[in-house]
Write a protein that binds this ligand. Sequence first.
Ligand SMILES: *Cc1c(COP(=O)(O)O)cnc(C)c1O
Length: 392
Amino acid sequence: MNTKYRFPTLVIHAGEEKESPYGAVTTPIFQTSTFAFKNTEEVKEFQMGDASKYLYTRYGNPTLKVVEEKMATLEGGEAALVVSSGMAAVSTIALTLVSGGEEIISTEPVYGGTYRLFKDAFPRLGIKVHLVQADNIDHAKSLLNGNTRLLFCETPTNPNLKIADIRKFVSIAKERKIPVVVDNTFATPYNQNPLSLGADFVIHSGTKYLGGHSDLVAGVIIGPKNLIVKARETMKLFGGCIDPFGSFLLQRGLKTLAIRVERHNQNGLKVAEFLSGHSQVNRVFYPGLSTHPQHTLAESQMRGFGGMVCFEVKGGLESATKVIDSLKIFINATSLGGVESLASLPVLTSHFGFEETDLERADVTPGMIRLSCGIEDGDDLVEDLKQGLDRL
Ligand SMILES: *Cc1c(COP(=O)(O)O)cnc(C)c1O
């Protein structure tokens, strides 16, 4: 695929096989666990690295390959690996780059699953994870040492849309040749390309914007070819492979990524602007607002600001509950990035059971509502929020 084409063309055509069986226009679902060889010579060819041959679906499958090539193109990377979930992407890349006795530095806040992996599971394997505030580059620098093997960065963050300066994290890591992994789930490759800012790997929860229809669970890792080969070895052994049907749904969703995210961006901004002007709203978190404390930084590394909006109502959890329970279009559900708008209360979902001090550090309060603005009509979304807030 000619990578000179623009993004909306690439999402549709990149990675697609030019010669599908029977001339199929769409990607066939190779729903098979194993592949037949014509003779032993072919087995040898596969083992020697012939990429046109397949052995077993945990190792690779033509339906998966289409997503991998598409995502590598969209993020501007050499190669990609599709896995069973966003968490499989995080654990697979970390376990590829880091061993027991070594260390990771990660920005915080990070996605709840990533936080638990870093704080509970990795220490049991002898991997130490240091957390630093997304905007505290000096703290990250002070923690770098001879055992650091990975700098992990999530931006924008969940739930309150803080921005980590990717270029700055890259610059301190490059001095010591430490790879930088960026979780680009919230931004999508339509709005942000961390590799072009110097990062080594991008990971995604494909469950969110990439799939875009709240009907699949998947993850993707994009990076240099030689290390994606290593990540595939990790995935083969730890078993976090995706099935062909899930992968088919992901590549189908990806084809509309450009027009979906364009609308998510419009709706996110419209909703954030409305909320900023409402008397019952204390604070609004949206990197596209000029009042966001890191708006200039966001503009320097993002082309659009997405559909995730977080806001705090006056009156704490009681008011937030009243508002969320009265919404007619926004569905009260966790997750994000689908065509349908969702709303959730961080203190009862992503940050449930957190200690008071941890909530304070993450700046998550009981009156906060997190919105994933879908691709419905933006005025309908605003009117829905208005009728909810007007009850306070
Ligand atoms: C959802 C999410 C993950 C985990 O993805 P799953 O597909 O649920 O495993 C990781 N990072 C971010 C930013 C997410 O939103």
